[in-house]
Ligand binder design. Structure first.
Ligand code: GLA
Length: 398
């Protein structure tokens, strides 16, 4: 009896470790939130090797690479069919040189290469999905030298989300190549509860982002939604503790520079994503950025908050109507703080030391991360006038 119990226990343990955990090959991926660029937000299905090459070149020339952006990711619509052996086939018109050549080119620029598929029978745009081909596709991606896989959740009918993503992680690991796994399940089955266990490096927490300040819209089928930037921010509240090195909440890709928000609003969008330790995946045309957009995306002081090695996701520490204070603990003990004004007129907003975990009597140096200026030393609190739809972002150093 005892022997049977022991055997049962051993079986249960090996099963759970089989479901869970990245193998050694993917263990150290995404120790800070991944940074890169993805085709979807600006180009949707209009993808091609020319576009991806151009964007990879622009990532280097614009200084984005130097600022930390690394992954160049092709989203949906690169794939058209499966061949007689069920191998996935890239669109021969749009990718005439093939995916491997494109990955090689991206790598030759010192960048990393990512691709997209779907856990169901078809992708969201109706292209062939990965269901039933997980190991075959993983081998193909590894042979193409793919570094990053975004795996979507359309057309999955009765599939179990946790099991499906565990399966693709195991398939990727079995290929022997370290491939970062981006779980794109829109938060439906609460991936923050199991994403880390199945070896996901990031998981979407919401429906798709829309290039606007606020609001929410139902998808045509009525399922879920497209979200304005602030609707997404609100959905992050309460999820903070699930994020950490190697496994991040993903409030979706950046819309900075796509035209639907003002520069002030984009600055707030970028500030909030950094404070949330969100993946910073740009989605604008890097070949033709205005200087203002360039300066937002490459603000190294703000990026450093996102990439802080402690890996804490920041949180909202105060709210009164349209006025909010957000704080994030950094590895060196400093705090990053955002004073956010959602309202339609400018307003004074204060952060108190108590809200960010310091005793009131402490004297702390405040630095503005957008004007790059030291503002002096303050005790008890710091306040600033914040523009309508704006964010003042500072560090507080005792
Ligand atoms: C879903 C995802 C998006 C994008 C599209 C592609 O909507 O959430 O990020 O990948 O599919 O079809």
């Amino acid at each position: 009896m005892r022997k049977q119990l022991l055997l049962l226990l051993m079986f249960a343990c090996s099963l759970s470790s089989a479901i869970a955990q990245k193998s050694a090959v993917s263990k150290d991926l995404a120790l800070t939130p991944p940074m890169g660029w993805n085709t979807w937000n600006k180009f949707a299905c209009n993808v091609s090797e020319e576009l991806v090459r151009g964007m990879a070149e622009a990532m280097v020339k614009s200084g984005m690479k130097d600022a930390g952006y690394q992954y160049v990711v092709i989203d949906d619509c690169w794939q058209v069919s499966r061949d007689a052996n069920a191998n996935i086939v890239a669109d021969p018109q749009r990718f005439p040189s093939g995916i491997k050549a494109l990955a090689d080119y991206v790598h030759s620029l010192g960048l990393k290469f990512g691709i997209y598929s779907d856990a169901g029978s078809k992708t969201c745009a109706g292209r062939p999905g990965g269901l039933g081909h997980e190991y075959q596709d993983a081998l193909q991606y590894a042979a193409w030298d793919v570094d990053y896989l975004k795996y979507d959740w359309c057309n999955t009918t009765t599939q179990d989300a946790k099991a499906s993503y565990a399966n693709i992680r195991q398939a990727l690991d079995a290929s022997g190549r370290p491939i970062l796994l981006s779980i794109c399940e829109w938060g439906t089955a609460k991936p923050w509860l199991w994403g880390k266990e199945v070896g996901g490096n990031l998981w979407r927490t919401t429906g798709d982002i829309q290039d606007r300040w606020a609001g929410k819209q139902k998808w045509p089928g009525g399922d879920c939604c497209s979200n304005g930037m602030l609707a997404i921010v609100d959905e992050q509240v309460g999820l903070e503790s699930y994020a950490g090195p190697g496994h991040w909440n993903d409030p979706d890709m950046l819309e900075v520079g796509n035209g639907g928000m003002t520069t002030t609003e984009y600055q707030a969008h970028f500030s909030l994503w950094a404070l949330l330790a969100a993946p910073l995946i740009a989605g604008n045309d890097l070949r033709s950025m205005t200087p203002e957009i360039h300066d937002i995306l490459t603000n190294k002081e703000v990026i450093a908050i996102d990439q802080d090695p402690l890996g804490r996701e920041g949180r909202r520490v105060w709210k009164d109507g349209d006025l909010e204070v957000w704080g994030k603990q950094l590895k060196n003990g400093d705090r990053a703080v955002i004073l956010l004004n959602r309202g339609s007129s400018q307003h004074e907003i204060a952060v108190t030391w108590e809200q960010i975990g310091y005793p009131a009597h402490v004297s702390a140096a405040v630095r503005n991360l957008w004007t790059h200026k030291d503002l002096g030393k303050f005790t008890e609190r710091f306040s600033a006038t914040v523009a309508s739809h704006g964010a003042v972002m500072v560090t507080v150093r005792p």
